[in-house]
Design a protein around this ligand. Structure first.
Ligand code: NAP
Length: 280
């Protein structure tokens, strides 16, 4: 339906935000559910973030997804937060009840949703997480909650990986960036949580010949869907999972929080998003 003056307003805040797929995804669900709702992109510069969010709350906005570079600021701004958002140190979901702002991190659930079809035996998994930024923190937190105990962390800036380990995973081993290929033979779940591979950036290169058959590769990047990382993993015959289902998985609880109902079933949702990405 066409949104009326009574439409529930939510959106996504980022800088930039024009690349975000969230407005397309949310619109598909809003239309399928027949909701009187609007989901808008809000480009907000870091120096205006707090005032803009408070202004939106004052104007009746029911919630926001938050993307780069605002995830830490979103957590700091909120009046209340889930324990998981606090542990990760970042929020990608703000919900507003009047002027009360609540923070959550649904990247954690989104990542696990994306891994579901791979049927991973987490107790036995030997994970390698490449990256130590906000996404890596959420992914490491997710892995710990499902019982992964064997975790290796590798980041270009090793001090940042040390901080991640100290905050979330004291038992993790730390791998210098230059030594990443040397640990591959031992790893069964290899995760790109860096921004390498994003459209316009360098690719993340790994010596895939060293990876054991049967291992699983996950790339948090979804633009493009086929990164060099995933192509390398697929060529080696591994299960290669892109970041699109993580995006869908983090958006589901967001939709439910904004509009108060479960996401409608859309059997070809992924196909529609893939076609949109391929055409854009
Ligand atoms: P971030 O906080 O900016 O962290 C970026 C990470 O990439 C850091 O670990 C950084 O290493 C590393 N990196 C950047 N350039 C590099 C280079 N040239 N060589 C080696 N490492 C490099 O970003 P983020 O929020 O964690 O996001 C990371 C990725 O996750 C992005 O691609 C984002 O799109 C994706 N993501 C996807 C979803 C989804 O739903 N699929 C959700 C959230 C995030 P240093 O610490 O050494 O700088």
């Amino acid at each position: 339906m066409i949104p009326t003056g009574a439409a529930r307003l939510a959106g996504v805040a980022g800088d930039p935000v024009s690349h975000s797929l969230s407005p397309i995804l949310m619109r598909l669900w809003i239309e399928a559910a027949g909701l009187d709702a609007q989901y808008a992109p809000f480009p907000i510069a870091p120096e205006h973030f707090d005032r803009a969010v408070i202004g939106l709350a004052r104007a009746g906005c029911v919630g926001l997804n938050v993307t780069l570079p605002h995830k830490e600021a979103a957590l700091e701004l909120a009046d209340t937060a889930t324990a998981s958002a606090r542990a990760v140190g970042a929020a990608n979901l703000l919900t507003m009840k009047g002027m009360e702002i609540h923070a959550d991190n649904t990247d954690i659930a989104g990542f696990l949703y994306a891994l579901e079809p791979a049927n991973i035996n987490y107790d036995r998994a030997k994970a390698l997480v490449l990256g130590a930024g906000g996404a890596a923190r959420a992914l490491v937190y997710a892995l710990l909650t499902v019982g992964v105990t064997d975790l290796a962390l590798c980041n270009r800036n090793l001090t940042r990986a040390e901080g991640l380990a100290r905050d979330l995973a004291p038992g993790a081993s730390l791998i210098p960036w230059e030594a990443r290929d040397d640990v591959l033979a031992d790893r069964t779940l290899i995760i790109n949580a860096t921004s390498l591979g994003l459209k316009g950036r360098k690719e993340l290169t790994l010596d895939w010949d060293r990876v054991s058959p049967g291992s699983i590769a996950f790339d948090s990047v979804y633009t493009p869907l086929k990164t060099g990382f995933l192509t390398g993993a697929a060529t080696r015959g591994l299960t290669a999972i892109d970041g699109l289902d993580m995006l869908i998985g983090q958006a589901r609880p967001s939709f439910e929080a904004f509009y108060g109902q479960p996401v409608p079933a859309l059997p070809d949702l992924r196909g529609q998003l893939v076609r949109y990405l391929e055409a854009s």
